[in-house]
Design a protein. Structure first.
Length: 241
């Protein structure tokens, strides 16, 4: 039979060991404490009470894009700024004048839509400001005319022997149905600087595939223009009494 040699009167509770020593009232912010409960907070980096801290400005990544693609961004930016946003602002102002905003569906939806529009406008502004226009059909000097760079239309053969045609375009111009891939995509990275007859490796998480370059061409890449979205509120629809 096991007999404990420890004194029950002096034994320590395991819960006390985990929770640490008992603290007095002056240590937990009681009225008798001389310690300012906000001291630790005040010693941390101060920041505004509203809104996130601004991030330090870093180098702007160049946004390579075709002229048609840039025009599409500008047309959307102009549409949002000069047509849809003013229309939504008018709806929000009208809805706000109808009384209780907490249960006003028109007001709540309008405010949410206004936030989405402003976010999209900021995004488009950054993309336009960072744009570097490249003409896919412009003549390339020397060996660059036969190597894969931005704007190239590439015909390649995969490991199964099937041929594919892709055009390397900007991030904002991707259209997989037409074979338009981003210049930052894994496939474009694998094809970059290759020439006809070269074999390159397309590295994917599951496997690595060997591709053979058949043809490299520089020609115009058609782009669809900006079209006003279905259901966009581009004209005021407020009923005035």
């Amino acid at each position: 039979m096991y007999h404990s040699t420890s004194n029950l009167g002096t034994s320590r509770s395991p819960y006390k060991e985990l929770s640490g020593p008992r603290r007095g009232p002056s240590e937990i912010g009681s009225p008798t404490s001389t310690r300012n409960p906000m001291a630790d907070w005040q010693m941390r980096e101060k920041r505004p009470l509203r809104g996130p801290m601004p991030e330090a400005a870093g180098p702007t990544l160049k946004n390579y894009i075709t002229a048609a693609g840039l025009q599409r961004l500008k047309d959307e930016h102009r549409f949002l700024l000069s047509r849809e946003r003013p229309a939504v602002v008018e709806v929000v102002a009208w809805a706000a004048s109808n009384g209780d905003r907490s249960e006003n569906a028109d007001y709540l939806y309008g405010k949410r839509r206004l936030g989405q529009i402003d976010s999209r406008i900021r995004f488009l502004t950054k993309r336009i400001d960072a744009a570097v226009v490249v003409d896919p059909a412009a003549p390339r000097p020397g060996s660059a005319a036969t190597r894969v760079f931005f704007g190239a239309t590439v015909t390649y053969k995969d490991a199964a022997g099937l041929e594919h045609v892709v055009s390397i375009v900007g991030i904002d111009e991707v259209d997989l149905d037409r074979g338009y891939i981003s210049w930052r995509s894994p496939l474009a990275n694998a094809l970059m600087k290759a020439s006809s007859g070269d074999r390159v490796d397309l590295r994917a998480p599951a496997r690595t595939e060997r591709l053979e370059i058949i043809e490299v061409e520089y020609a115009p890449i058609p782009m669809d223009p900006f079209r006003e979205p279905l259901g966009a509120q581009s004209t005021p629809k407020v009923k005035r009494s």
